[in-house]
Design a protein around this ligand. Structure first.
Ligand code: ZN
Length: 157
């Protein structure tokens, strides 16, 4: 601080800023989103060296650093690994989602890693780790992760 500000009381004001921004998703994420939007298929990358299947897709295998050049389709059904419930409407929750909001870490059949997404069509008190869930695709898909609206429990008929 220069001498000209000495003796001046620092004033602090609280405010909010809204900063729109855009960025390139990259070739790996772009391919994933385009397939999701145009074909309603969930795709993952596979490491040809250690055979791990990554969802969300990874350009490079984080285990052995091999470039993942192989794409595979994974199921739209999987297992709930863990979950959390938000009971307060905070900024990270889109306005079309009302609390309680349930986020689940879901490992789809055919993948070795899990993806984070919404769980819906179930009461929070009914959610259990290990339950089977299925993707529900959005009607107006736009090429982003919300092209999967949410996951719902697999009905046991
Ligand atoms: Zn690998």
């Amino acid at each position: 601080m220069t001498d000209q500000f000495q003796g001046i009381e620092p004033m602090v004001y609280k405010s909010k800023i809204n900063v729109p921004y855009s960025w390139w998703a990259g070739d790996t994420a772009s391919k994933f989103y385009l397939t999701l939007r145009d074909e309603k298929k969930i795709t993952a990358t596979k490491c040809v060296a250690c055979n791990k299947v990554f969802l969300p897709p990874r350009k490079v295998c984080p285990s052995c650093f091999t470039e993942n050049t192989q794409w595979v389709n994974v199921s739209d059904e999987g297992t709930l690994i863990t979950f959390t419930i938000a009971r307060r409407q905070f900024a990270a929750i889109p306005s079309d989602r009302k609390v309680p909001v349930i986020w689940g870490l879901i490992k789809l059949d055919g993948a070795d890693t899990a993806m984070l997404h919404y769980l819906d069509e179930i009461k929070p008190e009914s959610v259990t780790i290990g339950m089977r869930v299925k993707a529900v695709f959005s009607e107006g898909r736009k090429g982003n992760i919300r092209d999967i609206s949410h996951f719902k429990p697999v009905s046991r008929v």
